[in-house]
Design a protein around this ligand. Structure first.
Ligand code: ADP
Ligand code: MG
Length: 564
């Protein structure tokens, strides 16, 4: 589509212009243009000393007349009328960025469209100095030099380059997640800073961005949805670090992408925090990226001039969808078993060669009837107890060790959350020597407490889970030291769960396992500790090097060997 000047009525409707105030802002505008031009390879080169930078892409490119038009104010190929404002499928649409950059720097743009001649254009303060044919590959290279040369103050207030490099890296990481087909390279003074290879697989992009995250720690979902509005097809892509394996020391990786760009949308973050509630250790945060793609009509980009915040229609629908999908990932179903074989061919041969060795839970004595509400949950058969602490259970693809105390704690915690009940006591429990703060804390938990004499307090109602427990008094003292109802529930669950070191029968353990696998968050206890260790067949066969023998005998090289 060719570049045209926007009519005045459209210009009036578009919120505040582009803010080109830093290196980062220039990079953002240029790479967004590359993405709009459907580039699959984008190379960014920064030269901070000389205030110059370059973005090269293999996108659709521009014809000569478009090239000349592109740096004029309010010129764009992406929309033409007010009507189009509700149908925006591109990242840009205001037609201002190249013009603003051309005002603030000298530009050298070379570009070529398929089956046409390439052009090079040189500009100084929006004036075209030269424009002539140039032999280049299809795509566009925009070289920006002498940035802010005519506004020395803007150079002075620009954040130091180290900070800018950080924000540019975050920007590229976020765009890489929203556009997983694209391969990126970032150079500073011709030194490669990072490379992200896009292969349309989000779980494979994450480990390239965060060295501490492993492919097998992540779960991905890609869902196409029939939205209840506009009769419209939308999609939701979701990648998250499983809470028993990944967490962040800072809250820096809860990211929401909407139609191609990471944005701030607190309304969509809240269902994430509520589903991750009490699954991670204290002061740790989730790693999650959600990308929703929906009708442009549902999104108002004019909440922020840099399009960093949006208003989204039908928020309830998206909140529910996000919540449901995270909950689904947390479920212990057969589909969720992450048997991520890296060599598919070896996997196939392995399955053929070792068919008989496959775990066969159905042949084990079935002492306990499976719960009918299992809904596709994994069939875990308890076979033993180790050290009076670990429940050993087998399923069709491996062996799990489940720590009995915290599995039980998870069950009790969720039960308490679902039915938190304060019950009246026939005979009050008498506590003595409480500090005023302790009395206040117990009152805050809605327990009925009153003064019973000097230094004595009568507790007339308690959480039902503590009824008839020998350690009820200790539990009440513990609760009196503070915390909200949620922490009271955690502490009661911990106190009342079966201790490690307790001998259990197979039947008792199977009951625990059956209840535990029905919980909402079976992966971690409410303190964030992992509940089970899985020894999946896929890792066992790797450990015992069965793939090595099989691979050799079938003439397949493993990736490591081929590197040698
Ligand atoms: P907008 O992106 O809002 O349309 P810009 O000022 O950023 O406005 O760009 C103006 C126009 O220049 C775009 O509409 C597009 O047609 C063209 N353009 C800019 N960068 C590129 C690029 N890398 N590849 C192809 N076309 C581009
Ligand atoms: Mg643009």
């Amino acid at each position: 589509m060719s570049i045209k000047k926007l009519p005045d009525n459209v210009i009036k409707l578009i919120a505040a212009g582009e803010v080109i105030d830093s290196f980062t802002a220039v990079v953002r505008e240029l790479v967004e243009n590359s993405l709009d031009a459907k580039a699959s390879r984008i190379v960014i080169s920064l030269y901070p000393e000389s205030w110059s930078l370059q973005v090269a892409d293999n996108g659709e490119g521009m014809e000569e007349e478009d090239l000349l038009m592109a740096i004029q104010p309010h010129t764009t190929s992406k929309i033409t009328s007010t009507d189009d404002l509700t149908k925006i499928h591109t990242l840009g649409f205001r037609g201002e960025a190249l013009h603003s950059i051309a005002q603030l720097a000298d530009l050298n743009i070379t570009s070529r469209v398929k089956d046409s001649c390439g052009w090079e254009m040189i500009t100084h303060q929006t004036q075209v100095i030269k424009c002539y044919p140039k032999a280049i590959a299809v795509g566009t290279i925009i070289h920006v030099s002498n940035l802010f040369g005519n506004i020395p103050l803007r150079r002075q207030v620009n954040p130091e380059f180290k900070k800018q490099l950080k924000s540019i890296s975050i920007l590229i990481s976020e765009l890489a997640l929203c556009h997983p087909l694209v391969t990126w390279q970032l150079f500073v003074d011709d030194k490669l800073i990072f490379h992200i290879s896009g292969n349309n697989n989000l779980t494979k992009i994450f480990p390239q961005l965060l060295k501490t995250v492993k492919y097998s720690d992540l779960e991905e979902r890609d869902i196409t949805l029939n939205t209840p509005y506009e009769n419209n097809l939308s999609s939701l892509k979701l990648v998250l670090g499983m809470p028993d394996r990944v967490s962040r020391p800072r809250n820096d990786w809860v990211k929401i992408g909407v139609n191609g760009r990471v944005v701030k949308c607190p309304e969509l973050e809240s269902p994430i925090y509520s589903t991750f509630h009490r699954t991670l250790p204290r002061d740790r945060y989730p790693l999650i990226f959600i990308h929703l793609q929906t009708s442009p009509r549902q999104i108002d980009w004019n909440r922020h001039p840099a399009k960093a915040e949006i208003y989204l229609d039908n928020v309830d629908f998206w909140q529910e969808t996000i919540k449901e999908n995270i909950e689904q990932i947390f479920k212990l179903t057969d589909n969720n078993l992450s048997t991520k074989f890296e060599n598919k061919r070896v996997e196939k041969i392995f399955k053929v060669a070792e068919n008989k060795a496959i775990y066969n839970v159905d042949n084990l004595p079935q002492e306990i009837e499976e719960n009918q509400d299992n809904l596709g949950l994994i069939n875990l058969q308890v076979i033993a107890q180790a050290r009076n602490t670990y429940i050993v259970a087998e399923h069709s693809e491996g062996i799990w060790l489940i720590e009995q105390h915290i599995a039980h704690e998870r069950i009790l915690y969720e039960n308490l959350k679902n039915q938190w009940q304060i019950v009246n006591l026939e005979n009050p429990i008498i506590l003595n020597k409480l500090l005023p703060k302790q009395v206040e804390n117990l009152g805050n938990l809605t327990l009925d407490i009153d003064c019973f004499g000097e230094d004595l307090w009568a507790i007339r109602s308690i959480p039902s889970a503590l009824l008839n427990r020998a350690d009820c008094l200790d539990a009440l003292i513990e609760l009196s030291w503070g915390g909200d109802i949620d922490s009271a529930q955690v502490s009661i669950a911990c106190r009342t769960a079966i201790r490690n070191g307790t001998k259990l029968t197979i039947k008792q353990m199977q009951n625990i396992v059956n209840d535990w696998k029905m919980t909402k968050n079976p992966h971690t206890c409410p303190h964030g500790r992992p509940i089970y260790l899985s020894l999946e067949e896929s890792s066992l066969y790797r450990f015992f090097r069965r793939h090595w023998v099989l691979g050799k005998s079938h003439g397949i090289e493993t990736p490591k060997e081929s590197k040698k």
